[in-house]
Design a protein. Structure first.
Lengths: 82, 182
């Protein structure tokens, strides 16, 4: 199970690198959405691994709230670029 | 006993924090701040602080970037006072040049219309605008249009990067209106 988690961390490094080097603001937003989803899925995996419901609930909340924040920010950036 | 993956996840936090610090463009920094919030929430959850992780996700990612976006949008703007009647070709080209120069410094240009010359100068004195554009009613080609700028740094940027032979740039100092009229 730890190997799965380490593979997920490696997958998380890909969008972080992408956000670091890409100049386009929308590419950065894509990388951000990828990272936000990956981190909350990782929190869920860890909660199953440790059999801890408290962390699991937090993971679900972050997964749903993260999308709302992303939509809000995309809207603001779109209005700036107009 | 601490699992080995905890060390790797914790190492992501200073990495993303360094990315925020090294980012020059304020809008890109805003997005990377969101990434930092997501990674921080993951680290807190892995270390067992579920309440801190939830607070980081709600406040750090949602509220902080929204307030930061409002702050960046309202502060990085240059207000240029112009006369309503001016529609000449040279003026349009000059404004386009200004927009290009300011966008290199991540600033926006906002035009504010005024009815006459006096209102324009008064607006500069009252610090309503950062710069004003004064067209000259010239009959010969030798007379140049004038732009008065009250922010020294703005003047330096425009003087160094704006190439327009038809417009002279002047830096003016506006006194603080500390006197209270009775």
């Amino acid at each position: 199970m730890t190997i799965v988690l380490i593979a997920m961390i490696l997958a998380l490094a890909i969008p972080i690198y992408e956000a670091c080097q890409d100049e386009d603001v929308w590419q950065k937003m894509l990388a951000f959405s990828s990272i936000a989803s990956k981190t909350s899925i990782m929190i869920l995996v860890i909660s199953v691994l440790r059999n801890d419901w408290m962390i699991g609930v937090v993971g679900v909340l972050i997964l749903s709230v993260g999308n709302a924040a992303l939509m809000l920010m995309a809207h603001i950036i779109k209005r700036i670029s107009d | 006993m601490v699992d080995s993956y905890v060390y790797i996840i914790t190492a992501l936090l200073p990495l993303t924090a360094a990315m925020v610090v090294l980012q020059g463009n304020p809008y890109h920094a805003l997005i990377i701040r969101g990434i930092l919030g997501a990674v921080a929430a993951l680290v807190y959850a892995v270390l067992g602080a579920a309440d801190v992780a939830l607070t980081e996700a709600l406040v750090g990612t949602m509220l902080a970037i929204t307030l930061y976006a409002v702050a960046v949008r309202s502060s990085l703007v240059v207000r240029l006072g112009v006369l309503q009647a001016v529609e000449s070709q040279g003026f349009q080209a000059w404004v386009e040049g200004c927009r290009t120069v300011f966008s290199k410094h991540y600033m926006r240009l906002e035009l504010v219309n005024y009815l006459n010359d006096e209102d324009l100068r008064q607006a500069l004195n009252d610090k309503e605008v950062h710069a004003i554009y004064l067209p000259q009613h010239h009959t010969t080609e030798a007379v140049q249009d004038q732009a008065l700028i009250r922010i020294p740094r703005l003047y330096e940027i425009m003087q160094a990067e704006l190439t327009s032979p038809k417009t002279t740039l002047t830096c003016v100092t506006v006194a603080d209106a500390t006197e209270v009229k009775v």
